[in-house]
Design a protein. Structure first.
Length: 285
């Protein structure tokens, strides 16, 4: 069954209502490795209820409609779908507890051509259910490798951030736990690729891989630690391109450049010599 561009373009999502507890907020932070040093009070504020703060990247796991591209009505070859890019715009600090509403939608679909795949750009607003205020907008691209050539328009997505051609201003290394994916998945992504060794090997990996959005959250942690002195209220945007997966237990190196009130960054695994995040941009206030 070919990709159904008409069905996809007009896909109707249910509004997602989700109650967030302090436990959820702390569990998300633990899934990113916050609290590695339990005496570090700057990281402790994200994992301890006394003065609890929300990691600003948390909207990416809220109001999530699930892996809807697996629905046969889309016509998408879901086994060949990759998470390509992630953007986050933060308008208001996320409360540590409360009810939020997620309103997903399809922005547009780009046809890269026969044998070249298609890209689905989708976004969702994260709304405070009590006040009606929009707290954040989460946007992503899904690269559908098996679905190009359906006769659609080849539209360009947002231009990726350009990294400076100089040595980084800062380097931050964060070491993940061997069980990191097993903790992170409790924030809502239960894909067995991140937990079951047999599923991982069938997908071509030597063992379960870390969630892409966990690596994305590590980027938020690196920016908070390196540039913002852990002031979560200052981070108002975070964008990346995904390049390769991280294996739990690996050390991730972030190269960070300061660029006029913003930052550019990339992430790699020095032990394997691979890039895992590229064209990263962080925006501050």
């Amino acid at each position: 069954m070919p990709l159904d561009i008409a069905a996809l373009s007009s896909w109707e999502f249910d509004e997602i209502r989700q109650t967030v507890t302090e436990r959820d907020t702390m569990l998300y932070a633990l899934g990113l490795g916050f609290g590695e040093d339990p005496c570090d009070k700057k990281e402790l504020q994200f994992v301890y209820e006394d003065g609890l703060k929300t990691v600003p990247s948390m909207p990416v796991v809220l109001g999530y409609p699930g892996f809807w591209l697996r629905n046969p009505k889309t016509g998408v070859d879901w086994k060949k779908v990759l998470h390509g890019e992630q953007w986050l715009d933060i308008y208001k600090p996320l409360p540590v507890k409360g009810t939020i509403i997620g309103r997903p939608k399809i922005d547009f679909i780009s046809d890269k051509g026969e044998g070249k795949g298609a890209v689905i750009y989708q976004s969702r607003d994260i709304i405070n259910a009590d006040s009606g205020e929009t707290l954040a907008r989460v946007t992503m691209s899904a690269f559908c490798r098996g679905d190009g050539g359906f006769g659609g328009e080849n539209r360009a997505g947002p231009a990726p951030a350009v990294l400076p051609e100089r040595a980084p201003d800062h380097v931050c290394e964060l070491t993940t736990l061997p069980r990191q994916a097993l903790i992170y998945r409790l924030s809502g992504d239960y894909n067995p690729l991140h937990a079951d060794p047999d599923v991982a090997r069938a997908a071509g990996f030597e063992r379960p891989i870390l969630h892409g959005l966990a690596t994305y959250g590590l980027a938020a942690r690196a920016i908070l630690k390196t540039l913002l002195d852990y002031d979560a209220s200052r981070l108002i945007g975070l964008d990346v391109r995904f390049s390769s997966p991280v294996y739990p237990g690996e050390t991730v190196r972030f190269d960070i450049w300061e660029e006029g009130g913003e930052a550019r960054f990339r992430a790699s695994i020095p032990a394997r010599g691979v890039m895992v995040l590229n064209n990263g941009a962080a925006r501050f206030k």
